[in-house]
Ligand binder design. Structure first.
Ligand SMILES: [Fe+2]
Length: 388
């Protein structure tokens, strides 16, 4: 039996060319914006200049904070928040991949509520933020789902903690403009990694012990769209139809992640990229994913079987056999995009497993509780060993 509450306050503006609609959606949000973005891609593509001009035409001045790095870190978020306060900005625009949008959310909380972002995290001082500046998200990748969820992932380098956290209504974007045209310049490897991030948001939400029909229908649909369009976009990045399908898959995955939530596979990945910032999130998920499914098989084979039948067309009546085939299909699918990279090739030592597992448990105990079988630290170490 299921019973649930769903709260999805973000206005989603979706489709090719829809960035041009920015003026009408930011009207009334204030007079000055901070655009949070990365160092190069939105400059090279001309998107940053375009957004600055669109804002100017609406009567909104903007400043650009372009220090965001992949796997965003606390120091940069706090620096951005200081500048936003000093410059007295009214709204924050996250422009770029998940790192830019996640940083914009953390800056929005910290600029409005004061102090350091870590003061508000559950592993920091756990203070309740009083307010946040309005957030507008313009994603240029199709994977993180951050355009449709209240979460941000920020790393504290000192403690090696890579923490995903949301602050309810405060950090849902007010508006997200998902325009597949902004995504065509993504190179093949990033196309695969970001799409697999979306895929795992949905797969994990589908396996969550609290899954329910509303989240299931989005989860399955988004995985199907990734399964049938990723190869096209991987081979021909400018195929706008495939980009559109992947962009919608990502947004659907973001919604299902909000409704139900990911499980421990995501947290175990944060262990990997928290210990080595060079690990790309989407790739780390693929490194762990099939081993994770094998580990929880006894607790989840019925759902894994449904996943296999729906997403990969597995034809097998017996659930256990269908689940085994589903995991095999997942390995094969990932192989097409060279995503079956073992942990030993990710610059992480086996000696770190115990510590990584403990950090993950400390930060993501509640994700373990939503994972079939409710795994503990010793189980995490075993999954890392299987993926070694
Ligand atoms: Fe993710």
């Amino acid at each position: 039996m299921y019973s649930f509450e769903a709260f999805l306050p973000t206005k989603i503006v979706f489709g090719k060319g829809r960035v041009n609609d920015l003026p009408k959606h930011v009207k009334g949000m204030g007079k000055k914006a901070m655009i949070v973005t990365g160092r190069s891609s939105t400059k090279k593509s001309g998107l940053l200049d375009r957004v600055v001009k669109l804002l100017k035409d609406t009567g909104i001045d903007s400043i650009v904070f372009d220090k965001v790095i992949p796997n965003p870190i606390l120091e940069i978020v706090d620096e951005g928040a200081e500048i936003a306060k000093k410059e007295d900005v009214d709204l924050i625009i996250g422009l770029g991949g998940g790192s830019a949008i996640d940083s914009s959310k953390a800056i929005s909380i910290t600029a409005c509520s004061g102090g350091s972002y870590w003061d508000y995290t559950r592993v920091g001082k756990a203070k309740k933020p009083q307010c946040a500046l309005p957030i507008v998200a313009i994603p240029t990748t199709h994977g993180t789902g951050t355009e449709a969820d209240p979460f941000m992932v920020i790393t504290n380098r000192k403690t090696k903690e890579k923490l995903g956290q949301g602050f309810g209504e405060l950090t849902f974007p007010k508006v997200s403009i998902v325009d597949p045209e902004t995504m065509v310049t993504l190179p093949p490897d990033q196309t695969a990694y970001t799409s697999m991030d979306a895929f795992y948001h949905s797969l994990e939400a589908f396996l969550n012990v609290n899954a329910y029909p509303y989240s299931d229908v989005l989860a399955i649909d988004s995985m199907k769209r990734v399964a049938s369009n990723l190869r096209v976009a991987y081979e021909n990045g400018s195929n706008i139809e495939a980009r559109t399908e992947l962009a919608w898959a990502s947004t659907e995955a973001g919604i299902t992640e909000t409704l139900t939530g990911v499980v421990i596979n995501h947290a175990l990945e944060h262990g990997l990229s928290g210990f080595n910032e060079k690990v790309t999130h989407g790739l780390g998920l693929c490194t762990l994913g099939p081993s994770f499914l094998e580990y929880i098989y006894d607790h989840a084979y019925e759902r894994i079987a449904i996943f296999g039948r729906e997403v990969f067309g597995v034809i097998e009546y017996n659930d256990k056999r269908a689940a085994t085939l589903a995991i095999k299909k997942l390995w094969e699918f990932q192989e097409v995009f060279r995503c079956n990279v073992p942990i030993r090739e990710l610059g992480i030592s086996k000696d770190d497993f115990e510590e990584m597992a403990k950090v993950v448990y400390k930060m993501f105990k509640e994700l373990a509780e939503m994972t079939p079988g409710n795994p503990k630290v010793e189980d995490f170490v075993k999954i890392y060993e299987m993926a070694w």
